[in-house]
Design a binder for this molecule. Structure first.
Ligand code: KIV
Ligand code: ZN
Length: 523
């Protein structure tokens, strides 16, 4: 029998690498996924959903590598209720041994049954049971999700849940797939399930998986917990399909800060939250809005005189959480141009990066280049340096030369690129402004034309010599790619961001050529 403490412990199931990565433009490569998985381990999440192995060879490799290298959390892979999906998933999570989980899902709502699956209720139950039983042949730990559960008839949902538990599911996840639920209704659905499915009180865990289409994902997850759910599926920065998933940092800090209201604990090491948030933002190119709860740049900034006066009198006047609780240390100055490789390596380690010796050389060269331009190099500069360029690829285009003329003349840019030791260009082009001219010159060299959909510039650190970080959203044919570039010069930062988006597009195009299965019926 579980102690009261165990009963009040909520499992944190992180799906940044699966549902989060499904967010348009947020895809990550293998080394980036591993970097995030290591940070999730430091954050002490209970379960990492590492991907959808049947979706592509890249997804499979990522889940397998994470299952091999990550030693503490459970490693989960997603599968439809189809034998090939389940077998591929089993193969991918196998290196995690007893910590491996297979997550099978099937839609249950009338809308999905009629329009997507074209199946009767009885067929849905049959397929769900067969899926769970098949997964059970490979692992003990099987999770089932009735997709679109919140729009499923409650009596049918209870029937499905009863059947999958009898078939061997050890966790049942209740998704609010389209973010349609509202808190009291969703809480009631969970309470009702406990009443209708007695087996739920006997060792089966109920998770919830809420999407944020109405901005209610965190509220719905918390209400579900108050009604008996003991697992929350969430993502760093709330990344995910459409408006995203329940945000890990918000839901965890709500339960921690209002322990009096919830009486619930998690195993999360909250001091790793900021690092996780920044890492995911940099790696995916998805900017965190300044006023986002917990991790936004303004979350702990007190601008108005009244607030500042209150804060100086006593922090608790306007601060309900301590910045240190989420890992905001306020430690600013880190390195300068006289810092050696060891100093940089040590700081990178403290910031949570695992860097191979060959990579360190490249990063160090960039660090010195930056420290020559900038007196003080801050943590955020180093993080920007780490993610602003593709460190991995010899097949990536990099900037070799850039010259822009602007002012009263027609803006013109001349660019030369480098790839695998070979020089491409130079090419010159005119444009509406220096950045536009430079993008056009790059297109002339690469013969790939991107359509810029979104462009934003942000100063990473304070001061006149701050690094400027440019985020671009570029459409190449059918693909939308989000990428960043950083430099103390904004035209150069723009060139780097555009080249990063192009490199990512070319890399993904290369991967698609070897895709075994279409992503098809993705959740
Ligand atoms: O949103 C959803 O329904 C999902 C399931 C696969 C859990 O992501
Ligand atoms: Zn989802």
């Amino acid at each position: 029998m579980k102690t009261k403490q165990e009963q009040n412990r909520v499992v944190i199931f992180d799906t940044t690498l699966r549902d989060g990565e499904q967010c348009p433009g947020a895809s990550m490569g293998l080394s980036e996924k591993l970097e995030v998985a290591r940070q999730l381990e430091r954050l002490n999440v209970d379960i990492i959903e590492a991907g959808f192995p049947i979706a592509s060879p890249g997804d499979f490799e990522a889940v397998r590598a994470i299952a091999t290298q990550i030693k503490k959390p459970r490693i989960c892979g997603l599968a439809r209720c189809l034998a090939p999906d389940i077998e591929r998933c089993a193969e991918a999570v196998a290196p995690a041994g007893k910590r491996g989980r297979i997550h099978v899902f099937l839609a249950t709502s009338a809308i999905h049954r009629q329009f997507k699956l074209k199946k009767a209720k009885s067929e849905i139950i049959k397929l769900a049971v067969a899926g769970v039983k098949h997964a059970k042949k490979f692992v003990d730990d099987v999770q089932f999700s009735p997709e679109d559960a919140s729009r499923t008839e409650p009596d049918f949902l209870a029937e499905v849940v009863t059947a999958v538990i009898e078939a061997g599911a050890t966790t049942v996840n209740i998704p609010d797939t389209v973010g349609y639920a509202v808190p009291n209704e969703f809480g009631h659905l969970i309470a009702e399930l406990f009443e209708r499915v007695p087996a739920l009180s006997k060792g089966v865990t109920i998770h919830v998986h809420c999407h944020n289409d109405l901005g209610l994902a965190v509220a719905n997850s918390l209400t579900a917990v108050q009604n008996g759910a003991r697992g929350i599926e969430c993502t760093i920065n709330g990344l995910g399909e459409r408006a995203g998933n329940c945000s890990l940092e918000e839901v965890v800090m709500a339960m921690r800060t209002r322990a009096d209201a919830f009486g619930i604990t998690t195993g999360i090491n909250t001091r790793e939250i900021v690092r996780a948030s920044r890492m995911v933002s940099k790696l995916t190119g998805m900017v965190v809005q300044r006023n986002k709860a917990i991790v936004g740049a303004n979350a702990f900034a007190h601008e108005s005189g009244i607030h500042q006066h209150g804060m100086l009198s006593h922090r608790s006047t306007y601060e309900i959480m301590q910045p240190e609780d989420i890992g905001l240390t306020g430690s600013e100055l880190v390195l300068g141009k006289h810092s050696g490789r060891h100093g940089l390596a040590a700081r990178l380690k403290q910031l949570g990066y695992t860097v191979k010796p060959a990579e360190l050389e490249k990063i160090y060269a960039r660090f010195i280049e930056l420290a020559d331009k900038k007196k003080n190099v801050y943590d955020d500069d180093i993080i920007a340096l780490m993610h602003a360029e593709d460190l991995a690829g010899p097949q990536a285009f990099t900037l070799d030369y850039l010259h822009v003329s602007t002012g009263t003349v027609l803006p013109t840019a001349t660019v030369r690129l480098k790839k695998g030791g070979e020089i491409f260009g130079p090419a010159s082009a005119c444009g509406d402004g220096p950045v536009d001219a430079m993008f056009k010159a790059i297109d002339l060299i690469t013969k790939v034309s991107g359509k810029l959909l979104d462009y934003s510039l942000q100063a990473v650190t304070k001061g006149e010599d701050a690094i400027g970080e440019v985020s671009v959203s570029v459409r190449f044919g059918e693909s939308l790619v989000v990428a960043k570039g950083a430099s103390t010069d904004i035209v150069e930062a723009s060139a780097k961001a555009y080249l990063n988006s192009l490199n990512r597009y070319l890399f993904e195009k290369g991967q698609k050529k070897i895709k075994a299965q279409p992503r098809g019926d993705q959740p």
